[in-house]
Design a protein around this ligand. Sequence first.
Ligand code: FDA
Length: 496
Amino acid sequence: ADAAVIPALVIGTGYGGSVAALRLAQAGVDVHMVEMGMAWDTPGADGKIFANTTTPDQRSFWLRTKTKQPLSNFLGFPIDKAIPRYTGVLDAEEFAGITVYQGRGVGGGSLVNGGMAVTPKREYFGDVLPMVNADEMYNRYYPRANAELGVGLIRPEWFETTDAYQYARVGRKHAQRSNFPHVFVPTVYDWNYMEQEAAGTVPKSALIGEILYGNNYGKKSLQQTYLSKVRATGRVTISPLHRVVSVVPAAGGYSVTIEQLNTNGDPIATKQITAAKVFFAAGSVGTSKLLVKLKATGALPNLNGEVGKGWGDNGNVMCGRANHMWDPTGALQSSIPTLGIDNWVAGGAFAEVAPLPTGIETYASFYLSITRTPNRAQFSWNPTTSKVDLSWQTAWKGVSINAAKTIFDKINSKEGTIYRTDFFGAYKIWGDHLTYHPLGGAILNKATDNYGRLHGYPGLYVIDGSLIPGSTVVNPFVTITALAERNIEKIIATDL
Ligand code: FDA
């Protein structure tokens, strides 16, 4: 046991945690970051840090003996395969009604996500964070987040000509023919690098299908942005393969119990640290699970009744369409999506034209839709299993399917095409069993005050996606980052 009290401990190294650590360190505060996943800084036997999407191995999944790919089937065949159990980078965490995909490792979701970096349209911001001053966000914190994350747009001339975005041009053509507006989606991929990949002058990443299990080059994950600045401050230590299991009040702050894990996921040591301030940045699911457990088991009994509530899936639903032979989508598909179809106002759906980087011509268009849905679930402690349950029900995705259909039924009818029925199991059109965008569980201004200070416990903060009430109307990480920038600025100004 360490008798000294450290000034700040951050649980998790995703967007919220990285912003908190950087700004605290720049303000002169020493920070300890605790991350349950691996460091992802050492190449494997193949010379690469991350595995390719087409050839999953032990690095691909968090503690599974079989892959659980979002698209489980192809041309009628199940495609999941056996892998060694390991602390891999992508967690497909299963609750009763939904599988929640999340990144595990230093960098959190930035290690595995599609890199789409979207600022919601200002007119929709009231639907996202009604309790936050929109002027401040759009004048100050969104620009700051976009700059730090390195957000950029594809070069239009290249988009129009490269084989790698044939699939997106087909998606755009079909959207246009059905009178849907389309938008180019900014990303954190280095677009110059991708053009060099296409020219054959650098090692390939997006153009050989790297994405879900990590990108070895080209993508600016948090390791290349916030966390590299964090390291440069010299004030932050990061402990990978360490999981926070408890936080209780103690003299000088909070006593935090941390389990060190081996790469089989087994605890090999238990450590105790006392911290004056603790920032929960374990992601929507991780933070919610911790807080609900700590409240129910008596470690933090004064957390209020809002803890665990207001969780949403950002309305995620997937589908594919079968194109005619004259609309090939290309054997080469960049793994970074960059085109969206916006039917938010009329139909409650924003669909991104997603790649199917199989390496063969599939004549398929594939889409991930973000939809408007009123459904919100709650995390609760289950004393029988000693686990946290989530009340989400699969049938609730019906609203999202209907919203997505406002786009794709119309396109199918215009083009004379049909949905693919071979991606999610036999004759199943809709990928309605999953989300990539967990949000909520410790809602801003409800479980916390309007800056993420947890009610009942001075010195405890939430600073990740769990603050956001279930929807960001577009992909969430820019909003998570901008909100964290706003909150930490206030906390540093008033609480230090
Ligand atoms: P985040 O999940 O990033 O980080 C939390 C960290 O805490 C994790 O590293 C976790 O291992 C760690 N942790 C959890 N519990 C812990 C504990 N008890 N102790 C220690 N550490 C713990 N978004 C977007 O805007 N554009 C996109 O293109 C995509 N695409 C996409 C694809 C896929 C496959 C996924 C899974 C996700 C996306 N996303 C996305 C979503 C985006 O990645 C996500 O919203 C953010 O990563 C959430 O940021 P947070 O800071 O909330 O947590």
